[in-house]
Design a protein around this ligand. Structure first.
Ligand code: NDP
Ligand code: 8X3
Length: 250
């Protein structure tokens, strides 16, 4: 089989764009997400180019995560590259008025979900002394911005986990790379603002944001380096962005 890449959150945005780009570039794919129909449509399309398997689970559900990966038959268990991408912001409230269900969602999905999936896949990589984990963090994991509080905390955790993985997996010959995007136009803001278009439209007003494909190209670059090269960390912005809060809008 070709190199096998497992992408969480492949049903939209950055994950979907990564699946499309990698399918064209001769990788086999395991596509994960909750929305089975979206994954099936994508798999139908990409299946014309490469081998594709769907795993349908909620990353918050520890049991479902482990069941999904233990259901994989040979050779699908031998994942070469894990793209830990599933995640979202939920809400954007000041800390004193934060919605605690949103807090739970962000910590359970962005942090604990990433850990569960990694815990299910890493032992195989360690056994084979081969693998690459790409952790999708955010500029929100490098800088805290107003009302970003818990989302930023979840992405700072991803940054710390990225560094911790690199240290612990170093002796096993496994690469670990952080990818930290700025503003990317995906379903992200629709999810964050719970479908309130008056808020989500403003996020990308007056700028040309990144697309999922732009981030996918960085992921493709990182996983295509020679064996001895590891891109440990990266930040990708649209031209209009200079920091979490400095965005030049026309
Ligand atoms: P999207 O909302 O388009 O995609 C999020 C993906 O995560 C979906 O495929 C969704 O699939 C999956 N997902 C969400 N919750 C769960 C869950 N509980 N279990 C399993 N899968 C889940 O947003 P993006 O593509 O923008 O986001 C991808 C990653 O990029 C996230 O980690 C986000 O924090 C990060 N990011 C995004 C930026 C942006 O500006 N858009 C900037 C920086 C980082 P489904 O709903 O089918 O489960
Ligand atoms: C997504 C980018 O700036 O909305 O992680 O937090 S931001």
């Amino acid at each position: 089989m070709k190199k096998l890449v497992c992408i969480t959150g492949a049903s939209s945005g950055i994950g979907e764009a990564t699946a499309r780009l990698l399918a064209k570039n001769n990788f086999s794919l395991i596509l994960c997400g909750r929305r089975q129909e979206k994954l099936q449509d994508l798999s139908g399309e990409l299946g014309k180019m490469t081998e594709v398997k769907i795993l349908n689970f909620d990353v918050r559900n520890k049991k479902a995560v482990f069941q999904a990966f233990s259901s994989l038959e040979v050779p699908w268990q031998d994942i070469d590259i894990l793209v830990n991408n599933a995640g979202n912001a939920h809400g954007m409230d000041p800390i004193d008025a934060g919605n605690m269900d949103d807090w739970d969602a962000m910590i359970d999905i962005n942090v604990k979900g990433l850990l569960y999936v990694s815990r299910a896949i890493l032992p195989g990589m360690v056994r084979r002394k081969h693998g690459h984990v790409i952790n999708i963090g955010s500029i929100a994991g490098k800088e805290v911005y107003p009302n970003g509080n818990v989302y930023c905390a979840s992405k700072f955790a991803v940054d710390a986990i990225n560094k911790g993985m690199m240290i612990d997996l170093n002796k096993h010959g496994i690469k670990v790379s952080g990818v930290n995007p700025g503003l990317v136009n995906t379903e992200f803001s629709a999810v964050r603002f719970k479908g309130d278009k008056s808020k989500s439209d403003k996020v990308y007003q007056g700028i040309t944001p990144l697309t999922g494909h732009d981030v996918a190209e960085l992921i493709f670059f990182i996983i295509s380096r020679p064996h001895h090269v590891n891109i440990a960390d990266s930040i990708i912005f649209p031209l209009a962005q200079a920091s979490a809060t400095v965005v030049h809008r026309e």
